[in-house]
Design a protein around this ligand. Structure first.
Ligand code: G4P
Length: 539
């Protein structure tokens, strides 16, 4: 049995857990920060250990290399360590844009998020999208402004930009003293201490210099007269502009506390982690189609948010990632697979410690366990002790690229059908079926997925296919109370209609203009931009 999952009372175990994800635009410093957090937690001993988890942009043309790297990331998909009496579970999210859907789904399994921003680049495209998902789910967010050892934007400008582009109020808890070559450290507004910067890539203890008051001469002596005056002025402005930190507002996802630091120099990371332990939420409840489930409930419930294929094509089994929502999950117990309407038990549930997979006997709310799966699971599936209900809110977003899948070998159409359905269950892409002829339109957020799909269909299912581009730009899920209008729309837009994997009607729009025209012309139809509106279950 793994030491981290010792036998303990369910409520105590739940209270200790902190399950979160680190998100960022690629290159802002997510991997570096993750690594430093693991160093603090003693989960790894040396810097560089998490690096191979990263999908290098240069390798985008070599998708098998990427799949290999994704494979490696299974081992580090959940990094757990103990710190200050808490069990910290970091859920890894792929930084590569083409795997954004993976990241969105992982965000359904976390209770809070740390967002890393590069101080020179500010808010970037990927950051905005990820934050949109957090906002939808009201996920509490802490922001870490990284690379303060480099010249970047002014702190006030950055905070303005964060508030405007991410539509969230911010609340700085530390404040930088200079930046780039002049960066001297941060003043900790929350704990009222001074933390002076010394570039040190491996040291993990940090000394905070306490000063009696901001007005004291000590500050001038420590950082120099002019930076001290500047700091006092800026802090006075901070006090005037931003409300004092309010934990409830943070927990509701209304306010994001902000830290400044330099991950690679291990600076500001300890404050981040300490404050994180103090303010971040313990595992939260989740809504189902029947009722809300709180982690304190004695009966076990959980949902699958990610499925990872085995890289060895000879072994078709996959790993389903299960987030525990309530109760205690136990090895070798029978649980109810709601969609499949059957009982299942799991002899080898796995925990994913950094670089180490081990079989576990039990797990608690907030934990993620890996279940070996021979094709029973789909993303969004729910396990319970018998209750029939499904967790909600594992969204599909509109893909950005659409291509039609064509079978090149008529003798292998069965294999192709099976293969593509299984890949869709894994969440590699979305599939829309168009009539006449059951044409398969595959939608993804990145070009890379098409290469991955074609390769895997060939190597795992022996099916030879090709993709033909279709010029759609958006898929919208349709609902309407007005059946007559809906029928009229379906007839008029026959060539643009399709059904998704759960047989919901979807409109495939060729341009944003045509979409807004359709919205205008058919006011009684709602065009949903994500599948979040519907339940995962088909009755
Ligand atoms: P990502 O996972 O968000 O994509 O970013 P990652 O941590 O890999 O960091 C991207 C680059 O930024 C890395 O440099 C990393 O060393 C650097 N970096 C991270 N934190 C800081 C910081 O606080 N200050 C400065 N100056 N740089 C930082 P690289 O050259 O791409 O990789 P490497 O050769 O250093 O591994």
């Amino acid at each position: 049995m793994c030491g981290l999952f010792v036998v303990m009372k369910h409520s105590e175990a739940t209270e200790k857990r902190r399950t979160f994800g680190i998100i960022s635009h690629p290159d802002a410093g997510k991997t570096t920060l993750t690594e430093k957090l693991l160093l603090f937690g003693g989960a790894i001993q040396t810097a560089g250990a998490v690096k191979n988890n990263k999908i290098k942009k240069a390798a985008t043309s070599d998708f098998m290399e990427i799949e290999k790297q994704r494979g490696i990331s299974v081992a580090t998909s959940v990094m757990a360590f103990q710190y200050q009496g808490k069990q910290i579970n970091i859920l890894d999210t792929p930084g590569h844009k083409d795997f954004a859907e993976d990241t969105f789904r992982t965000l359904t399994a976390v209770d809070s998020v740390i967002l890393v921003i590069d101080c020179a680049n500010g808010v970037e495209e990927q950051t905005e999208k990820l934050m949109e998902v957090c906002r939808m789910r009201k996920t509490p967010v802490i922001i870490f402004i990284n690379k303060m050892d480099r010249e970047g934007k002014e702190a006030f400008d950055l905070l303005d930009e964060l508030e405007k582009s991410l539509s969230i109020r911010v609340c700085p808890l530390t404040w930088p003293i200079g930046m780039g070559d002049r960066f001297q450290g941060v003043y900790n507004i929350y704990q009222k201490g001074l933390n002076l910067f010394s570039a040190n890539k491996t040291k993990i203890s940090q000394d905070v210099v306490s000063i009696t008051s901001l007005e004291s001469q000590e500050l001038d002596e420590l950082v120099g007269e002019s930076p001290a005056t500047e700091l006092r002025d800026e802090l006075a402005m901070v006090e005037g502009v931003y409300d004092a930190f309010n934990r409830d507002a943070y927990l509701k996802g209304d306010v994001a506390p902000v830290f400044f630091g330099s991950a690679v120099n291990n600076f500001g990371v300890k404050e981040l982690l300490d404050t994180f332990c103090e303010i971040s939420p313990s595992p939260r409840g989740r809504d189902t189609d029947k009722r809300r489930i709180e982690p304190s409930e004695e009966k076990f419930t959980g949902f699958v948010f990610k499925i990872h294929a085995n890289l060895d094509p000879k072994h078709r089994d996959r790993i389903a990632f299960l987030r525990i929502v309530s109760g205690k999950f136990e090895r070798n117990q029978f649980y109810f697979h709601v969609r499949g309407d059957k009982k299942m038990k799991f002899p080898n549930p796995t925990s994913f410690m950094a670089q180490d997979k081990s079989v576990i006997d039990e797990a608690f709310p907030g934990d993620v366990v890996g279940l070996y799966d021979s094709g029973n699971f789909k993303i969004g599936d729910t396990l319970t002790e018998g209750e029939r209900m499904m967790f909600q809110g594992i969204p599909s977003f509109s893909p950005e690229i659409f291509q039609e899948l064509e079978n090149l070998d008529p003798l292998k159409s069965k294999q192709l059908d099976k293969g593509i359905r299984q890949l869709i269950d894994e969440g590699v892409a979305q599939l829309f079926i168009q009539q006449p002829g059951n044409r398969k339109i595959v939608g993804t957020v990145g070009q890379l997925q098409f290469e991955v799909i074609a390769y895997r269909l060939m190597h795992e299912y022996g099916a030879n296919c090709r993709f033909v581009p279709r010029n759609y730009v958006k898929a919208c899920w349709l609902t309407s109370e007005n059946e007559e209008e809906m029928d009229r729309f379906k007839k008029a837009k026959f060539n643009h209609m399709a059904t998704d994997k759960d047989e919901n009607w979807v409109f495939l729009a060729e341009t944003p203009f045509l979409l807004s025209m359709a919205e205008q012309d058919y006011p009684n139809i709602t065009f949903h931009k994500s599948s979040e509106f519907k339940l995962q279950r088909k009755d």
